[in-house]
Design a binder for this molecule. Structure first.
Ligand code: NAD
Length: 504
């Protein structure tokens, strides 16, 4: 059984096996993980503030992360912790360390995906002039897709030289996150949503994200919708963040862009995040476990504390959320700063993690004088957008196959063998290496690895079926061609569902 602990027990470090003490009868159960590195320090400090402000929550501590990984659980989370998470539906989580190598899966990604937390909402706000930043007035919310993209973790080593990672972008996943971004903008009085993709290169996957963004944007005519290629978009964000309002972007770009955005507000230690799904929600800082400063009591607890504020808004405890947020603003406004944001001339006093929390507690009930006061009285619970629309019926036709081959032979020799195996219904159209066409008409300057994509297309007058593919693979196998995977090529309502080779 997970245990319930009270504010008093949290004022000093406690092993999570401490005996249960009953919370108030109407307290909302919340699963809490103290995490790794600076995690226990900043979680303790944050919970101290939450309880001092009157948060009506009953915490169920669970152990996740490094110790669980190292005890032999490659997912970093036990089934007991899952039970707590699924029961409470609310997870307040400190950062954890994912050990490098060794087949450990990222616990953060597992939790987000298993509980369907598809939207990662990351407000990045500058607090000039009280926190040093080059970007006074910055107030950008990054809405990062949380379940798809390269974070499927579907990776393979295919040859001696080549490894691959599968990037998956889905229409329902994209529609959900884009709609969430527009709904967030609408309910928070924000006027613009910017979509960042790399669809000039990834025309099908990122192209879908952009296309769905344009479709969904049409339902929100009062909100300005714009698209930028992610590289120039990130550069502009780092240079002129005040041109941005809400940003929606696939998973990997969102991860990078939100760290950039948080850092330029003054410190990565300031930014919170909410991971929202239909039935569950998880609240955490955007930064990691900062092993370089762990155990020193100097980490900034603000990212996790503000994540706690987002959690209280989510739970409908808006008055408590507002008290904490305003006391926190007042504290940083008075120049009481942790080392990461301390600047002589701007800051008044350098404090450690716990002293910072105590300074916030001492200011509960106060409001900032120079920074804008927070008012959560009209704040709405972040509910996910309605389910994505069902897929339109589409006519799908098999028109070819890409056979991936492991070979160190010259490409002309490989092409001869592959052509000989074609069984009259299709022909070898091209061979690429790392995506660039090297047959026919390749050039010797192109660097080639041992990994070849060999495209067979059906002849125009032929019907193509899977039995022919099996026959083709049988022939290739019989004459010793080492194929390592195949991708079937389809058209959808006549439109190719595959990209051309570079140079094709
Ligand atoms: P990091 O965010 O932990 O640290 C980056 C830099 O920012 C460090 O110099 C660190 O000292 C500083 N920093 C971070 N948070 C701070 C805070 N609250 N106050 C003051 N300074 C702070 O990133 P990293 O070093 O790349 O990753 C360390 C570990 O964290 C890795 O194992 C990584 O997998 C993990 N990680 C976990 C999460 C999570 O649990 N959500 C997120 C990102 C990284």
């Amino acid at each position: 059984m997970n245990q319930i602990v009270t504010q008093q027990q949290l004022l000093t470090p406690q092993p999570i096996e401490e005996p249960a003490v009953a919370p108030l009868p109407d307290a909302t159960p919340v699963t809490v993980a103290y995490g790794d590195g600076i995690g226990p320090e900043i979680m303790r400090a944050s919970l101290d503030v939450l309880f001092a402000a009157g948060a009506n929550i009953a915490i169920e501590p669970v152990e996740i992360g490094e110790a669980v990984y190292k005890a032999g659980n490659s997912a970093g989370i036990s089934s007991k912790s899952w039970q707590s998470l699924r029961r409470t539906g609310v997870f307040y989580k400190a950062p954890i360390t994912t050990p490098q190598g060794g087949g450990y899966k990222s616990l953060n990604v597992t939790v987000r995906k298993t509980l369907g937390l598809f939207a990662n909402v990351r407000p990045c706000v500058a607090y000039a002039p009280v926190v040093s930043t080059r970007h006074p007035g910055m107030d950008v919310v990054i809405i990062r897709e949380n379940e798809e993209d390269l974070y499927g973790g579907i990776e393979h080593r295919q040859t001696a030289e080549v490894y691959q990672c599968l990037k998956l972008i889905t229409r329902p996943g994209t529609e959900k996150i884009v709609r969430h971004a527009f709904e967030f903008a609408r309910s928070n009085g924000r006027g613009k949503v910017t979509c960042l993709t790399k669809d000039n290169i990834m025309k099908l996957t990122d192209g879908l994200f952009h296309k769905v963004f344009d479709e969904v944007a049409a339902d929100y005519p009062e909100i300005v919708a714009e698209h930028m290629i992610v590289d120039i978009g990130t550069a502009r964000l780092a240079d002129t963040p005040n041109d941005f309002d809400v940003i929606v972007t696939p998973n990997l770009y969102g991860d990078i862009v939100s760290d950039v955005a948080a850092q330029i507000t003054g410190s990565v230690g300031l930014a919170p995040s909410a991971n929202i799904g239909p039935r569950h929600a998880m609240f955490e800082a955007i930064h990691g476990s900062a092993p370089d400063i762990a155990g020193q009591g100097i980490a900034n607890p603000s990212g996790l504390l503000l994540a706690g504020v987002m959690m209280l808004v989510h739970l409908g405890q808006t008055e408590v959320a507002e008290r904490i947020h305003n006391a926190w603003l007042r504290t940083i406004e008075e120049g009481i700063h942790t080392a990461d944001i301390f600047k002589p001339g701007i800051s008044a006093k350098k404090v450690g993690t716990q002293a910072f929390a105590e300074a916030v507690i001492a200011r509960l009930g106060e409001k900032p004088a120079r920074l804008a006061t927070i008012d959560y009285s009209a704040a709405e619970r972040m509910v996910p957008a309605p389910e994505a629309s069902p897929a339109e019926p589409v006519t799908k036709a098999l028109v070819g196959i890409d056979v991936f081959v492991d070979s160190t032979r010259p490409v002309e020799e490989l092409a001869g063998r592959l052509q000989a195996a074609a069984n009259g219904a299709f022909e070898l159209q091209m061979i690429t290496n790392r995506g660039v066409k090297v047959w026919p008409n390749g050039v010797p300057e192109t660097f080639c690895t041992d990994h070849w994509r060999c495209r067979y297309m059906a002849k125009p007058d032929k019907q193509f079926n899977r039995a022919m593919i099996v026959e083709l693979l049988g022939k290739l196998s019989a004459e010793g061609t080492e194929f390592i995977k195949t991708e079937h090529l389809f058209t959808f309502d006549g439109e190719p569902g595959f990209s051309l080779g570079q140079g094709q």
